[in-house]
Design a protein around this ligand. Sequence first.
Ligand SMILES: Cc1ncc(COP(=O)(O)O)c(C=O)c1O
Length: 377
Amino acid sequence: MAGWLEALEGLAASRAKAGLTRRLRPRAAGAAVVDLAGNDYLGLATHPEVIGASAQSLRTYGLGATGSRLVRGSTSVHASLESELATWLGTPAALVFSSGYLANLAAVRSLAGVCDLIVSDAYNHASLIDGCKISGGRTVVAPHNSPAAVATLLDGHPGRAVVVTESVFSVDGDLAPLAELHEVTSSRGALLLVDDAHALGLLGPSGAGGVAAAGLSGLDDVIVTATLSKSLGGAGGVVAGPAQFVQHLVDTGRTFIYDTALPPAVAAGVHEAMRIARAADDRRALLTARGAQVVSRLRAAGLEVSSPAAGVLSVLAPGPEAALAWAEDCRDRGIAVGCFRPPSTPDGSSRLRLTLNAGIRDADFARALDVIVECSP
Ligand SMILES: Cc1ncc(COP(=O)(O)O)c(C=O)c1O
């Protein structure tokens, strides 16, 4: 086909002009970088017991799952991970996917099969948005964190509906009003789907997540999804809820059926990480203290920083180029921070995203905050 590469070059030039080119930077093993960019909130990705459990399973099962669990068989590692996840989240059942993205695609698409309206928060993660898109169902985007707007949308809809939200939002780190949202959904016979990606391991009793913190665990009108790649330091995703829904996903969830399963070695590492995370109140307390430390240090320097509900904070930048240069200057000085620009930012304003990590030493953490201030535009 003639001209398609030129068309791509034209699009790349427009992105470059808008300051939106993305670059892959090399990441050296064990680099002496203070990580405020990843999502290893509890510092478990490199925990020796997590690595040990994973290595043992690697020797038993080999590198990959070698197929879908429906075709290749379901290992005891997957089964026990799912049963422990269900216990932790307080749900009757749970199903593990090979990523949080795929878990969300399956959950939203499947719910659209029994609901004829999806109400999706304006700041939802791309995986939830894509779930709405591939579901083919009618989707209405609700203003961010507005139970009143959700109530109005549901009141205008006589059929079955599902409301889709994150618990802790992935860019600004603010918390959804889950209890109020559930009051709105349950009083109108609607379902509530909550992506607990950034709250699992951080909020709620024993780190059981934002849904547990809001007292909504185990309700038959609440579905929880989460990634196993953040506080649990591994990879994979989970959908947790009523047993009938989980069976429906096994029967019809395309990203479960037609996807090679999560490698058993990853499942085993995540299982061990979960055991540690459940008992990690000390790490959670450290993260709370660190969130307060970031806010006071950065606000004292005149920077506009969000208040963290869990482990994510954002610091406003004057524009996309300034955000990029700021993040690069920090990185040059050994501090990794996230740089979020449109279209990854829900409201079109660029910022640094800082993620807390309980595995960082106090002195390194304080130095990281100094560097962020010193490099600010
Ligand atoms: C809110 C949210 N949901 C889902 C995902 C996707 O999870 P995964 O990386 O496991 O695909 C992410 C990010 O990674 C996220 O931030």
